[in-house]
Design a protein around this ligand. Structure first.
Ligand SMILES: O=C(O)C1=N[C@H](C(=O)O)C[C@H](O)C1
Length: 291
């Protein structure tokens, strides 16, 4: 279910500041047609915290339609700091959603026992499979391989989006995965080594650009074509570094706007647009990938 590259869609805005639904539709269709296995709506990259409930519903509706047309998986980001409200949000997910990306509670730092209790409770209530979003540099909560393995044994926990770089826990986890539990890389610059270790794919903001190449990277590692995979991996890591030179998704939006794919590069506060110099540099790297 989770294999391949999933694109966490940005939320484009019109010049009057509304969600540009037609641009969401165009971009969603574009990345799926380039080979993405699925979309993630309402991720960090989609500026979920800055969208009101009606806007979130609109984004899901558009993405669900585009995914249904192409039989692709739609995963929706569900964030929440307490278990009750997160469970409620999961129960309210609309038709067409195939999985939920649920962040480890942030800021609160409930400890690993709390993280286990949180996800075990959600797994009992969720109508769709869960993907744990482990991103300690944003949540402040460590989650080790043993804990992820324990959670992964639950039939409603399909995988983890692993955004903790390439550390000892990633190596330990990928060396001994529970059946039916997959790792998706979520730290763009580390996708190639994670795939080499056995990750099923990735959820990568960078894959808005060069979608087909990111897909080729995953396919190459899965097929054991090490020479091709290594070369592509280094080249795409340079692209990711350029796109993450300022807070995500500001640079990405600048590049997509310059390419005519979205009406404005606008982001909502407290994000501020990326500098012209950073966007120009990312455009340069995107245009001259090298080998
Ligand atoms: O929204 C996401 O999903 C992603 N968010 C990460 C972040 O902004 O930290 C980056 C990753 O590519 C996908």
């Amino acid at each position: 279910m989770l294999r391949g590259i999933h694109v966490p869609l940005i939320t484009p805005f019109t010049s009057s500041g509304e969600v540009a639904a037609d641009a969401v539709e165009k971009l969603a269709g574009h990345v799926l047609d380039q080979g993405a296995a699925g979309l993630v709506a309402l991720g960090t990259t989609g500026e979920v915290a800055a969208l009101d409930p009606e806007e979130r519903a609109l984004v899901i509706e558009v993405c669900a339609r585009v995914c249904a047309e192409r039989q692709a998986l739609l995963t929706v980001g569900v964030t929440g700091n307490d278990t009750r409200s997160t469970a409620r949000a999961l129960r309210q997910l609309p038709e067409g959603v195939g999985a939920a990306l649920v962040t480890v509670p942030s800021f609160l730092r409930p400890g690993e026992r709390g993280v286990v209790a949180h996800f075990e409770a959600l797994a009992e209530e969720t109508p769709v499979p869960l993907v744990i979003y482990h991103i300690p540099y944003r949540t402040g909560q460590a989650v080790g391989a043993a804990t992820l393995r324990r959670l992964g044994a639950h039939p409603m926990v399909a995988g983890v989006k692993y955004a903790a770089g390439l550390d000892q826990d990633a190596v330990a986890l990928l060396g001994d995965l529970p059946a039916g539990f997959e790792v998706l890389g979520g730290d763009d610059a580390f996708i190639s080594p994670l795939l080499a270790l056995g990750a099923a794919g990735g959820i990568l903001a960078s894959a808005h650009l060069e979608t087909a190449r990111f897909t080729e990277l995953a396919d190459a590692w899965h097929a054991g074509d090490v020479t091709r995979a290594r070369t592509l991996g280094h080249r795409l890591a340079r692209l990711s570094a350029a796109l993450f030179a300022e807070p995500n998704p500001t640079v990405l939006k600048g590049v997509l706007h310059a390419q005519g794919l979205i009406p404005t590069p606008d982001v909502r506060l407290p994000l501020v647009p990326a500098s012209d110099a950073t966007v120009s540099q990312a455009r340069l790297v995107a245009a001259q990938p090298g080998e």
